[in-house]
Write a protein that binds this ligand. Structure first.
Ligand code: NAD
Length: 386
């Protein structure tokens, strides 16, 4: 079986799906690895490192025409899709729930698509394939560095001959994978860290990393299905907001990571809350995208400086800003998933298997993954899906 590693062409993307250290494992399973010229260059994996590890370097057209499987970070663009051929498998972070129609197009071209972001995350067997977690980890770490770099003062308590610098007060909103790494990183830099989440089980996790958990008087249990949060009702959200505003105004740095599956991220830092912050304070909104963000004033991909001197950063692809480390993790995730499907040197899908059922989105010319199929069903009168 021939497996190809694509060069990512999305603006700002610097990661690569497979790094040289993973090639040995694939070769041991009977796989030949082909790498698109320059695929790893921006992540500090030059072509010669792949050649030394046993891969062949090829041009774009040769990669797509020769290989049975293409490994990627992002969904292929329409230009790249033109190079694909029927029966070929594409594995990457395809975001099928955000754009189910794109999956219909892949099925129409008889592409087998496998999406790493659809991994059943709580299945222990799948943990080594969980690219959402590995990349959120990188993002949580990098968000703190963005904040520390922008902040005009120290994070740690410093006692010097010129006097004492107070430690920075950092608030992390949302204690999932990224939030936990942000807590740990801010603590390592010496900040005083507070953290808040609607899922009560996060209290112990935050405290074990040295953060003080913020307990609101209006707190409700916001745990939803599968370990994720549910969307709060308007009343719950308003009560939460009033209390959060008081706390946000006292912070030097606020890092927001709150997401609710399939919904716009909740607004946790309002215009009013930003107005109450001191000049020089920093907000990093990790949830910002075209759908909105956790801060009302965020502009996705930009830094906004407010009239009262607050910087609001809304980086769009933090993992790509640490491409070597992020690619090393991703490469292990995608190799584990690929090898899960390889039997006797070929891709074989057992749809009774939880990992296969969740991650294989299109197969045999059809959309086969249940959640995507549901999104594609025609809406019934009254707005419900069939
Ligand atoms: P996520 O990106 O969906 O959300 C980030 C955090 O925001 C979550 O902790 C969520 O509770 C919080 N949030 C949502 N609405 C909020 C609000 N209004 N106010 C405050 N916080 C709010 O989360 P994630 O990092 O992808 O993790 C989701 C879940 O998956 C967690 O329970 C995590 O432990 C679990 N998980 C489990 C495994 C595993 O079992 N191996 C692996 C990865 C993740």
């Amino acid at each position: 079986m021939k497996v190809g590693v694509a060069k990512e062409i999305a603006p700002g993307e610097r990661r690569v799906a497979l790094v040289p250290e993973s090639i040995d494992r694939l070769r041991a399973a009977g796989i030949s690895v082909f790498v698109e010229r320059g695929a790893g260059a921006e992540a500090a994996f030059p072509d010669n490192a792949y050649v030394e590890a046993g891969a062949r370097i090829v041009a774009t057209a040769a990669l797509y025409s020769n290989c049975d499987v293409i490994l990627r970070i992002n969904r292929p663009t329409p230009t790249e899709t033109k190079y694909t051929h029927a029966g070929q498998a594409i594995i990457g972070m395809l975001a099928p729930l955000l754009d189910p129609e794109a999956m219909v197009e892949f099925a129409g071209k008889d592409l087998t698509t496998v999406s790493l972001d659809a991994i059943p995350r709580t299945l222990s067997r799948a943990q080594g394939m969980d690219a959402l977690s590995s990349q959120a980890n990188v993002a949580g770490y990098k968000a703190v560095l963005v904040a520390a770099d922008a902040f005009g003062r120290y994070f740690p308590l410093l006692t010097t001959s010129a006097g004492t610098a107070k430690p920075a007060n950092v608030l992390i909103l949302g204690i999932g994978v990224a939030g936990l790494q942000a807590i740990a990183t801010a603590r390592r830099l010496g900040a005083q860290v507070k953290a808040y989440d609607v899922r009560p089980e996060t209290k112990e996790q935050a405290e074990s990393l040295g953060a003080q958990f913020v307990t609101l008087k209006s707190a409700v249990d916001g745990a939803g299905a599968g370990g994720y949060a549910r969307a709060l009702t308007a009343e719950e959200q308003a009560a939460q907001q009033a209390e959060l505003n008081q706390i946000i105004g006292k912070q030097d740095v606020v890092i927001t990571t709150a997401q609710v599956p399939g919904r716009r991220p909740p607004v946790l830092v309002t215009t009013e809350a930003v107005a109450a912050m001191r000049a020089g304070s920093i907000i990093v909104d990790m949830a910002a995208s075209e759908l909105g963000g956790n801060c009302e004033l965020s502009q996705p991909g930009k830094m906004v400086l407010t009239s009262n001197g607050i910087q609001i950063h809304a980086p769009l692809n933090l993992p790509a800003s640490m491409p070597t480390g992020a690619s090393l993790f991703y490469s292990r995730n995608i190799s584990n998933l690929l090898l899960n499907f390889v039997k006797n040197g070929e891709l074989q899908f057992d749809f009774e298997d939880d990992i296969t059922a969740a991650t294989v989105i299109t197969y045999g010319g059809k959309v086969v993954q249940e959640a995507v199929k549901k999104l594609l069903q025609p809406a019934q009168p009254g707005g419900a899906k069939a």
